[in-house]
Design a binder for this molecule. Structure first.
Ligand SMILES: Nc1nc2c(ncn2[C@@H]2O[C@H](COP(=O)(O)OP(=O)(O)O)[C@@H](O)[C@H]2O)c(=O)[nH]1
Ligand SMILES: [Mg+2]
Length: 299
């Protein structure tokens, strides 16, 4: 007897990408459409519950990669109010590269602008007080240039829109020193971002009158070199980035300002090309967990 040929789905099983919802053959390691690792989609599919995406956004050089690496490192140590287990080796890359660089008194390399080069992170986080309530953090370590391009030309990087639409909370980072010294530039990026987010969550239509419920943790980074940001982050933001504060007030019902920094002391050096380098002599993270903790309390 001649056996019927297996159907194409059996020969080549497919699952929905957790990020962009496209059907992807499981033989791929990354979604060909948005480059999200298929391992993330497989974990999500096996759980049956939709993932809780939390995405990191901010201009280039805001400190996203350093913050994410440190956050993952602190979560995985488990000796703080939040615990997190990175899922899959790809999630460990950002953490490892950041920690390795800091141990060598360097900062990690700049994130490449090409989407297929971004490292993704999937981390299951729970509060020590409520260990059974697990939230998945799924975020690519996005390049600031790519975010800027997407804000100018929607769909230049469709993956950014996909992860933002899936996110139930956002960590938005700005460089506090740049806000103090050149607030206008940082604020213009911030205003574009807030209006992009409002558009992504509410569309252009009548729903615009209602405020967006997605909570925003706005983090003023590098406050080790700009201590005025940590005294009262909301006040500092209002003074240096008034457009951001107004945009948040108008479009979002829940947002909170935080200040973070990871450097205890640093020295100035030069690299092989004679460029000036900040060398972190010792790492003393502060304000890393609080923004995530607040976000999780809102969900
Ligand atoms: N002083 C200080 N500098 C930082 C801190 N985080 C990042 N930086 C500096 O900011 C640069 C850009 O950080 P990075 O995380 O790569 O920014 P990204 O482009 O947003 O990913 C680093 O190379 C450091 O020079 C911080 O907490 N304190
Ligand atoms: Mg980066």
């Amino acid at each position: 007897m001649v056996k019927a040929a297996p159907s194409p789905e059996v020969r080549d099983p497919q699952i929905n990408c957790a990020c962009c919802d496209q059907l992807v053959a499981t033989r791929h390691m990354f979604c060909p459409n948005c480059h999200a690792p298929l391992e993330v989609s497989q974990v999500v599919a096996s759980r049956g519950a939709p993932p809780q995406f939390i995405t990191l956004l901010g201009p280039s050089g805001a400190g996203k990669t350093v913050y994410l690496g440190l956050l993952l490192d602190m979560l995985s140590k488990g000796n703080c109010p939040l615990r997190g287990l990175p899922n899959g080796p790809f999630s460990l890359a950002v953490q490892q590269e950041t920690i390795d660089a800091l141990q060598k008194q360097r900062f990690p390399e700049k994130t490449p602008s090409e989407a297929d080069q971004w490292r993704w992170v999937h981390c299951e986080v729970s509060a020590t007080k409520r260990p059974k309530r697990v939230i998945d953090i799924v975020t690519p370590d996005l390049a600031g240039e790519a975010i800027a391009l997407e804000l100018e030309h929607e769909n230049a990087h469709p993956v950014i829109r996909s992860v933002i639409s899936k996110s139930c909370g956002l960590l938005v980072l700005f460089d506090s020193g740049r806000a103090r010294d050149d607030g206008r530039t940082e604020d213009i990026f911030a205003m574009k971002l807030i209006s992009y987010l409002a558009n992504a969550y509410q569309g252009d239509g009548s729903l615009r009158r209602r405020k967006c419920k997605v909570p925003l943790s706005i983090i003023l980074t590098k406050s080790d070199s700009c201590p005025e940001a940590s005294t009262d982050p909301a006040d500092f933001a209002a003074a240096t980035m008034p457009g951001l504060v107004q945009g948040c007030r108008r479009h979002f019902s829940r947002y909170q300002f935080f200040a973070s920094g990871i450097v205890g002391s640093y020295a100035m050096g030069t690299d092989g090309y004679g460029r000036r380098l900040h060398m972190p002599l010792h790492v003393e993270p502060h304000g890393i967990l609080e923004p995530l903790q607040w976000l999780m309390e809102q969900l």
